[in-house]
Design a protein around this ligand. Structure first.
Ligand code: FE
Ligand code: CA
Length: 514
């Protein structure tokens, strides 16, 4: 029964009820939706060799709190080997509750490795669209892995033409590296506005914002096509937020209340394999492996970071170009627990490729236009947290094929990673691929693509300011990255093309243009 059949059947039931033909039975009937509750689509994520997380949320009135009563609702789920959902291999019932906005997180197990599956939900006589997912390969497998990474999908600033094209790619998984939503009122050049204009950092605000994003059909298509591995950046809570605020600060209570609301709404809307949030805490960092080929360390660069440097007046006083606070050894981007976990994980990894998937720019970039002068002022990215970055770079010298995947900048960058960025002759020890935004900042005012490293930043191999995503093919001997650009985000449909292809060869850190 497709959605139109279902709505027709519901209308007929309603008509029968109105005629009294269902009479006294109505009270004992199970829940029947009179509107489609699957308005936010379906999703899957965090694939393992034997399982995957399935997600949906019941929201018949998505832009106004969801439209569900307080009662729990049983949601049936099915996993099948075919798109027609006839060869069912797993099924069950999940109790969706109002405290988590009637969201569904099913952790399916017992599946076969590296296999495509289809899934669907049913509740109250309604049926969800069918989603497609894929398990990870067994740890003994070394076949190629095709994936994409993306970030920064400001709904107001553009249509999801990138997602429409992403959904048509031949991929096994998608990594999303933060700014899934943008909090607050629409800003900048507004292509489509939010239906809810007010904003007060409450759970209701965040829920309605996720719902608005998730009603987009192109975003739904990209979720329904592949499992996603998601982390967050700042806008899932608030622009440039950092950890909490120190306990004695009177702003602390409000900041942590916003964080609790943001984290809970994130959890309610993402296909993540994490424990449910506990107040302002949600453990999101985790690692996933793709066969024996690759390990992905997925970081949380927000929850545990030291407060951002407020104003870097000291810039000109330091010969290195760094604010003194940037190199303060007591400050941290990852927090001590996550940092120790990452360094140990990189040290213990036996896979030939090792990816660090995270939200913000990792490499050094000198923004001073003057020769002989340096300004390292990216205080919200790793430039403001140099000590943690140096520990990771030091560890990269003994890591096999380390590649950092990043977002946040709303442009594409490719960097050679150096253990000592101050020495241009220092060997390259790793690679950073930074992907542009899906829609944030809209179409470029002037299109720019540059392959020649600027003299101040010889580690920068590529710059490009289109909207899009990065498509990757990982083989045992090389990683191929296609920077995919859409023709526009100002209109609902667009073409996609490859602006540049870069290759990282096994054992040769740094990307070369193909
Ligand atoms: Fe962003
Ligand atoms: Ca950001």
């Amino acid at each position: 029964m497709d959605r139109r059949d279902f709505l027709g059947a519901t209308a007929r039931l309603a008509a029968l009820a109105a005629l009294g033909q269902l009479g006294a039975c109505t009270q004992s009937q199970p829940l029947k939706f009179d509107r489609d509750p699957f308005t936010l689509g379906v999703a899957s994520g965090d694939p393992l060799p034997d399982g995957v997380v399935l997600w949906t949320r019941l929201a018949p009135d998505p832009l106004a709190g969801g439209g569900m009563a307080m009662a729990p609702v049983d949601v049936d789920w099915l996993v099948a080997r075919d798109e027609a959902m006839t060869d069912v291999v797993r099924s069950g019932t999940y109790g969706a509750t109002a405290d988590l906005a009637h969201s569904v997180h099913v952790e399916v197990s017992g599946l076969e490795p590296d296999r495509v599956y289809w899934y669907r939900f049913r509740a109250g006589g309604a049926e969800s669209p069918v989603g497609r997912t894929r398990t990870a390969p067994a740890v003994t497998a070394f076949q190629a892995f095709r994936f994409a990474f993306a970030s920064c999908q400001n709904y107001a600033q553009g249509y999801y033409t990138a997602h429409a094209n992403l959904a048509r790619e031949d991929l096994q998984a998608v990594f999303f590296l933060g700014d899934y939503i943008y909090e607050g009122t629409a800003r900048g050049d507004i292509v489509r506005d939010y239906s809810k204009r007010g904003w007060s950092f409450t759970l209701a605000d965040y829920r309605d914002r996720y719902a608005q994003y998730k009603t987009d059909r192109d975003l739904q298509a990209a979720h329904a096509a592949f499992p996603w591995i998601v982390t967050w950046d700042d806008h899932e809570v608030e622009n440039n937020y950092a950890g909490g605020i120190s306990e004695d600060d009177p702003r602390n209570k409000a900041a942590l209340a916003e964080r609790s609301a943001g984290y809970q709404a994130f959890y309610e809307h993402m296909p993540v394999r994490t424990p449910r949030p506990q107040g302002p805490d949600l453990k999101l960092y985790r690692s996933l492996s793709y066969g024996g080929l690759a390990t992905f360390f997925v970081l949380d660069t927000r929850q545990y970071r030291s407060p951002e440097i407020a104003l870097c007046k000291e810039l000109d006083q330091t010969p290195s170009g760094y604010c003194p606070a940037s190199v303060d050894p007591t400050r941290t981007m990852l927090g001590l627990g996550q940092r120790a976990w990452l360094l140990k994980g990189l040290g213990d990894s036996v896979t030939p490729w090792n990816f660090v998937a995270q939200s913000v720019r990792f490499a050094q970039q000198d923004s001073s236009p003057e020769l002989g002068k340096h300004v390292f002022d990216g205080v919200d990215n790793w430039m403001g947290y140099v000590v943690d970055r140096q520990m990771i770079l030091d560890r990269f010298t003994t890591t096999k094929n380390p590649v950092v995947l990043s977002g946040d900048s709303h442009v594409n960058f490719v960097y050679d990673l150096k253990r000592d960025f101050a020495d241009p002759a220092a060997p390259t020890i790793g690679t950073e691929l930074l992907g542009t935004s899906i829609s944030s900042d809209g179409d470029p005012f002037v299109e720019q693509t540059q392959f020649t490293p600027p003299s101040k930043n010889p580690q920068l191999r590529f710059f490009d300011n289109h909207r899009g995503y990065v498509r990757c093919a990982l083989e045992p001997t090389r990683l191929i990255a296609d920077f995919r650009a859409v023709s526009t985000v100002r209109k609902p449909s667009a073409t996609v093309s490859t602006t540049a292809t870069f290759v990282v060869d096994d054992g040769k850190p740094g990307a070369r243009r193909a």
